[in-house]
Each structure stands twice: as C-alpha cells, then as structure tokens.
Design a binder for this molecule. Structure first.
Ligand SMILES: [Zn+2]
Length: 263
C-alpha cells in the first residue's frame, strides 16, 4: 500500500516538475501563433513601418513571427473606433520594436489594447482636459490593469512621419516594460545591464538643461522626468536613426547598447 502510494506520488511529482520546467522555459507562456502573417499583412508592414523595412530578410521573418504572436495573445479593441488590420499591425510593431533584440521577451502585463479614435482626457473621454492637454496613450492601472489605451489617430501619425520623432505606441510600450521590470534612472531594468547608469543620468540632466533652454531638438515633454526622457528619446532614436545618431552621438551610444542594436 505504502509503496503504491510512493510510486503514484513520485510519478505525479515528476510530471508536475516537467510541466513546470517547460512553463518556465517558455517565459510567460504565450500561446503560439496558429498561422503566419499573410502577404497582405507583410505589405502593410512594408508600407507603414520603416523599422521593419530596414531589417534583413531573416530579421523580417523574426519580426513577422513576433507580430503574429503578439496579436494572438493581446487583443486590439476599438472604443468608438473601427479596428483595421493596419491598426493591429501598428500596435504590434510598437510593442516589438523596443524588444526586437530581446528574443525571448514576452509582455506579461497586457492582454488588451483599447483604441480610441483620437486624443482623450484624464477620465478616458474623447476631448481635452481643463488645462488644454490631452492624452495620446496610457498604460492602464487599477481597473484598467493589463490594458493600454492608444489614440488611433496618433498611432498612425507616429508611423507616418519619421521626422516628427514621436511614436505613441513605442512610447507606451516602453512605459509598460518599465512597469513590468522596474527602472533605474528612468531606464527600464530590462535595458540596464552592462550600462553605467550614473553616466547616463549625467548625460540626461545636461540634455534636459538644453531642452529647457530651447537648445535641443528633443521635444519638451522629455524634460518632465527621467522616465519620460527615456521613453520620449527612444521614440526619436527608433524613428529617425540617422538624425539621432548625428545630433545626439553620446545618447546614441547608450541607446544602441541598451537596445542591443549593435551586432
Ligand atoms: Zn510617457
């Protein structure tokens, strides 16, 4: 009797350990995509996402897998807005671009992206706040935990105009990574490894002084705090690589290392 019990226990225990091992091995356990991206999807990416266009054909395939995997696990829903395939692919691109060189990364802090037609106020209504500001995007908290809100209009504008140096999807996904991993000197911990954060902080403070004095081409919002600086400057870094490299060579060295862009 005791022996039978022991054998059953050992079998159950071993099976549980095997399941656990594979779960841990697969990160957060995202569902595998059922089908690859269609040719039409690929042509949408090619026509709208410069980052994808600039990749080698091998890397393009990796990007496509990540896009379809993301969309298999994160729903894109419209709030008074119709969701098109292009919307979905741009949301997925914003999610993938910052973590593209982190091949095992899967977001754990999100299961749905809500698309509003345009900017929204602090109570998540269409329109602007009393002080005239509005929001283009937001990482949800409390009842909106695991949700992100993006303005559909601004989502498209971000990918359309490289020279605007802004991309709300990339910005909000960087905040999500920061929420999931924590941050040091405004840098999400995922990107901290092997970097001198004190040196980075020094560079940031001097750039913020330039922004405040009107002597930088980085948008003013970056001067809000270290987190906003990182998210905002990363939009510029990813959207206009050549200009960023030539105008901000020191920040560029750090960001290339942080995002593992150097092969
Ligand atoms: Zn922000």
């Amino acid at each position: 009797m005791n022996e039978t019990f022991l054998i059953i226990f050992l079998i159950t225990f071993t099976a549980a350990m095997v399941v656990l091992y594979f779960r841990i091995g697969r990160g957060s356990g995202w569902k595998k995509p059922k089908r690859p991206l269609s040719n039409k999807d690929r042509s949408i990416l090619s026509s709208k996402v410069q980052f994808y266009k600039d990749l080698s054909s091998d890397d393009k395939k990796k990007f496509e897998f990540r896009a379809v995997e993301f969309l298999e696990n994160v729903k894109v829903s419209g709030v008074d807005a119709k969701v098109t395939r292009a919307d979905e692919l741009l949301v997925a691109s914003g999610a993938i671009i910052p973590v593209f060189r982190f091949k095992d990364w899967q977001y754990t802090g999100i299961n749905e992206v809500l698309l509003y037609p345009g900017g929204f106020d602090d109570s998540f209504q269409d329109g602007i706040n009393d002080d005239g500001t509005d929001n283009m995007g937001m990482v949800g908290d409390g009842p909106l935990d695991k949700k992100m809100i993006l303005s559909k209009n601004d989502l498209h504008n971000g990918f359309k105009n490289q020279r605007s140096h802004t991309n709300v999807a990339i910005h909000e996904f960087i905040h999500l990574i920061e929420k999931e991993t924590g941050a040091t000197e405004g840098i999400p911990k995922l990107f901290v490894e092997g970097n001198d954060t004190a040196e980075w902080a020094k560079l940031v403070r001097s750039e913020i002084d330039k922004i405040n004095a009107g002597k930088s081409d980085i948008i003013e919002y970056a001067a809000e705090d270290m987190q906003e600086f990182f998210a905002t400057v990363s939009e510029y870094f990813f959207m206009d690589r050549d200009t960023f490299r030539s105008k901000h060579s020191e920040l560029n060295v750090f960001l290339e290392k942080m995002y593992r862009m150097k092969d």
